[in-house]
Ligand binder design. Structure first.
Ligand SMILES: [Zn+2]
Length: 194
């Protein structure tokens, strides 16, 4: 897994994890809208710990806190931190990866950033950024809190406007028209196919 991340991120240094562990879902750099709270949680934690620049990563914690790990990367460095005992035993109470592994990773990344400063990731061809509402994951209207989601060629990009936030008068009108066409549903599609 680490080697995979190193390959993707470029010329990263490799620190091998010692045990395989299950995944507990916390991560940075998530591409799934539903996980954005996880992403923000770990990302803002890394920022609070002084990590600067674009970074990504993934936490993991095993049952009963026997293992905690974080694999994270910038475009110039990949580092995996594993915390645990050689003879498996609980690390401690509430020893989540975010609590015990991420701070070690953040400290390492801050030190190495002086030697290998991180730069923005190159965006692959065929990938495009779309601003979406961070509540509905649909196209934003005026009052929506937004985030940027990346889509590759062939992905279905949301076309409907956010129904959660009010929007300008024009956006309300557009949404009403979209709703009208959607309510016609299959009948209308059938007409267009002929
Ligand atoms: Zn919205």
């Amino acid at each position: 897994m680490l080697r995979g991340q190193a390959g993707r991120a470029g010329n990263g240094a490799v620190v091998a994890p010692r045990r395989r562990v299950d995944d507990d879902g916390g991560r940075l750099g998530s591409r799934r809208p539903g996980r954005s709270s996880d992403r923000r949680g770990t990302a803002s934690q890394a920022r609070d710990l002084g990590v600067r620049g674009p970074v990504g990563g993934k936490t993991g914690t095993t049952d009963e806190y026997h293992d905690a790990w974080f694999v994270g990367f910038s475009n110039s460095m990949v580092a995996a931190v594993w915390v645990g005992f050689d003879t498996p035993a609980p690390i401690g109470r509430e020893a989540y990866a975010a609590r015990v592994a991420v701070p070690i990773w953040a400290d390492f990344m801050k030190r190495t950033a002086r030697v290998r400063p991180p730069a923005p990731f190159a965006i692959p061809d065929g990938l495009r950024a779309e601003e979406l509402c961070s509540v509905s994951y649909l196209r934003p209207v005026e009052q929506c809190p937004t985030y940027v989601e990346y889509f590759k060629d062939g992905d279905s990009v949301p076309s409907a406007l956010c129904p959660v936030h009010k929007g300008t008068f024009k956006q309300q009108a557009t949404r009403a028209v979209q709703g009208f066409f959607r309510s016609l549903g299959g009948k209308l599609k059938g007409v267009f196919r002929r």
